[in-house]
Design a protein around this ligand. Structure first.
Ligand SMILES: [Zn+2]
Length: 311
């Protein structure tokens, strides 16, 4: 076994151990919680399989591993059994696939979970935990995947790209920044990037921000939602005011314009690229709620982001 193989395997095992961390703070006992654990546990399994089968780091439909297909099949079968459907692909759950799209400074995988939509549908990108100590969005996205798998109409046929943990090293260490002390949400190539301590020596100096930019470039989302804490409001950049107001109608968070931060994802996506982006700031302590509770509080808000009702 080569050194490279060992390194990748270690990374994968680390990821498996951390699979349980997606459920951190949830304390859930419901079946939905078990399903969430399986979804994000499966992400870790893909990484493990990728390590064991020749250092492949992707498992997209074009480059799927056997284990990925098996997991997808298992999921479809389970959902059909629950719904009483047999071969009703049209009425069945959406295709959900996962892929490692980059890695952190410490080598943890950065992953996307893609819920496929109708051909020519719009794409919505939702990312959580770019600040590692603001992780309430991560279990919320697990519950979101469960919900749209059980009720596919919730996506309105749109494709939804999820990044459950945008800053995995910060998440593991309970810190805002990556391990090099860089605030990833100040490290994007926006016009207002400031070369300052903690912002990175240059835009995209960090592997995590490069991976996130690659997700944006590849999936070309029509709108983006970034989940943060603890300012308890809904902020937006770019042409996203109507989307933000629609989201605020169905949750307890008010719209509040915070202003584009230096080199932030909002400044880069919304102002520089002109793509609507909503920054959701959950309340302090929201991470103590279970995924199901978070979904009860904010699930409808996510659906409004995916399927805006704009007059
Ligand atoms: Zn934040």
């Amino acid at each position: 076994m080569t050194v490279e193989h060992i390194a990748v395997e270690n990374l994968a095992l680390e990821s498996v151990r951390e699979g349980g961390r997606f459920e951190r703070g949830s304390g859930r006992t419901s079946s939905a919680g078990v399903r969430s654990a399986r979804v994000f546990g499966a992400v870790a399994c893909v990484a493990l399989a990728a390590g064991l089968f020749g250092c492949r780091t992707t498992s997209s439909p074009e480059h799927s591993t056997a284990s990925d297909d098996e997991m997808r099949d298992e999921r479809v079968v389970d959902s059909n059994r629950e719904s009483g459907l047999s071969e009703a692909r049209d009425a069945g759950p959406p295709t959900v696939w996962r892929e490692v799209v980059g890695s952190s400074v410490e080598g943890r995988p950065i992953e996307v979970v893609v819920i496929e939509g109708e051909p020519d549908a719009e794409t919505v990108w939702i990312l959580a935990t770019i600040h590692g100590d603001e992780w309430a969005g991560t279990p919320l996205l697990a519950a979101y995947v469960d919900a749209v798998t059980a009720a596919p109409n919730l996506t309105g046929g749109h494709r939804v790209v999820l990044t459950p943990v945008a800053n995995p090293d910060g998440y593991a260490a309970h810190r805002r920044t990556n391990v090099r002390g860089v605030d990833l949400n100040r490290n994007f190539p926006a016009d207002n990037f400031v070369d300052r301590r903690g912002h990175g020596e240059a835009p995209l100096s960090e592997p995590e921000s490069r991976a996130l930019k690659a997700v944006f470039d590849r999936f070309q989302p029509h709108r983006v939602v970034s989940l943060h804490q603890p300012l308890r409001c809904i902020d937006y950049d770019g042409p996203a005011e109507a989307i933000a107001r629609g989201m605020a109608e169905v949750c307890a968070l008010p719209v509040r314009k915070l202003g584009g931060r230096d080199g932030s994802l909002g400044s880069w996506v919304g102002i520089k690229n002109g793509v609507p982006i909503v920054t959701v700031e959950f309340a302090r302590g929201d991470e103590r709620f279970s995924a199901d509770q978070l979904y009860a509080m904010y699930g409808e808000m996510l659906h409004r982001a995916v399927v805006p009702r704009i007059e």
